[in-house]
Design a protein around this ligand. Structure first.
Ligand SMILES: *Cc1c(COP(=O)(O)O)cnc(C)c1O
Length: 394
């Protein structure tokens, strides 16, 4: 980190390297037809995969919830912030995930910190996929255990690297947030079983989207609580609201209530939000047409992108990265798309590894086929990725 007087120089360096980040101001609810910095744009950059973030029934449940509960929860869950609305949502999430219990957290980031720090400590070894979400990595750092990383989605290599060792936990994204591909969960479950370690799966991008009734990546692979005892899910993506949960055994949830500091030492989310999530969860389970439509958009996009010879990844999920290579290339592409009224995020290091900056295109059931065709038309006008020069700062 630079000394305090050098912040401006460090910011200039980020700008020159194409790594500077800034926030765009949205002027509409989350939906494909966005208004961004005052300009109408067609957006492919959110995580509202089922189109529930701006669903009238979910918004109405929030309003009714505010009439019943007011706004603030008033305190942490263990003080007096735990309401009947939170309790009901936890029961519905346990039922949805087929587990004994579920425990609400304020955010997915906090859920991951809370679980890992509650279950591991000094002297414990924690294995994680190289491309895991930052919150899983940060949880391991905060735990004071030893973080070890295995090559992306490589169960055989984890098996080889960890052979004969004792370790406490394997943690992985189920659907990788910047790549859209799936973790090899059956192979990871086998390694965890052989070694007697916990397996923790973060299904932020699979729940609602994959599996029967949107039960997620574990359902997709036919895995249950036996193979994957710790399931973390977020509520701000496919479910369209806010917050997160961990589902597992009674003992696991009771342990988290006692020991997860990011659960204990924070104010409970508003009860009205829990009421809104109860409605969005029911819609996500019931409306199979959202998943069917989303899958058809994914197929349409991939077919069109292949015809354009775009460098697509193997993702079959709504997350469709187009690898640019350098940060400058990714930003140049995103800027060119914006000039055509299309909003796509350029994702750069350190969010993704050096040399793999990309466009992260995300599709939603709220998109129509015409929107995907407009996106493809715009992508077709982009110049090809420049040949990568070596020795560059990006
Ligand atoms: C978004 C995300 C999180 C964090 O969830 P928040 O509720 O946004 O804090 C955790 N893990 C993964 C894989 C995510 O994509």
């Amino acid at each position: 980190m630079p000394p305090p007087q050098d912040l401006a120089a460090e910011l200039r360096r980020l700008r020159a390297a194409g790594l500077y980040r800034h926030r765009r101001v949205q002027d509409r609810p989350q939906q494909p037809e966005a208004v961004v910095d005052g300009r109408p744009m067609l957006s492919f950059s959110g995580n509202d995969y089922l189109g529930l973030a701006n669903h009238p029934d979910v918004a109405a449940a929030l309003r009714r919830g505010a009439e019943r509960w007011g706004v603030g929860s008033g305190a942490a869950h263990l003080v007096n912030g735990h309401s009947a609305a939170h309790e009901a949502l936890e029961e519905e999430l346990a039922d949805f995930t087929g587990r004994a219990r579920a425990l609400l957290f304020s955010t997915g980031y906090m859920a991951n910190l809370g679980v890992i720090t509650a279950l591991t400590g000094r002297g414990d070894v924690i294995w994680q996929d190289r491309l895991n979400h930052a919150s899983l990595l940060d949880g391991a750092l905060l735990s004071r255990g030893t973080l070890r990383r295995y090559p992306h989605a490589d169960g055989a290599e984890l098996e080889r690297l960890s052979a004969g060792q004792r370790f406490q936990l394997i943690a992985t994204d189920a659907v990788f947030s910047m790549d859209g591909d799936l973790a090899p969960l059956p192979a990871l479950a086998a390694v965890a079983k052989r070694s007697g370690a916990w397996l923790m799966v973060d299904d932020a991008h699979g729940l609602g989207v994959l599996g029967h009734q949107g039960r997620g990546t574990l359902d997709h692979f036919g895995l249950g609580a036996q193979q994957v005892p710790i399931l973390m899910g977020t509520l701000g993506k496919a479910f369209g609201t806010f917050g997160a949960f961990v589902a597992g055994s009674d003992d696991l949830v009771e342990t988290l209530i006692q020991r997860a500091r990011s659960y204990v030492y924070t104010t409970a989310t508003p009860p009205a939000l829990a009421e809104a999530t109860r409605v969005s969860l029911a819609l996500a389970r019931r409306d199979d047409w959202r998943r069917v439509h989303l899958q058809s958009l994914i197929n349409r996009f991939r077919k069109g992108a292949n015809q354009l010879r775009l460098p697509l990844s193997h993702s079959q999920t709504p997350i469709q990265p187009v690898i640019a290579g350098s940060s400058r290339q990714a930003v140049a592409w995103a800027t060119a798309l914006q000039a055509q009224g299309i909003l796509v995020s350029a994702i750069r290091p350190p969010t993704v590894p050096e040399g793999t900056a990309r466009l992260r295109i995300s599709l939603s059931a709220a998109h129509g086929e015409a929107a995907v065709d407009r996106l493809l038309d715009a992508l077709g006008t982009l110049p090809p990725a420049e040949a990568r020069r070596t020795g560059r700062a990006d």
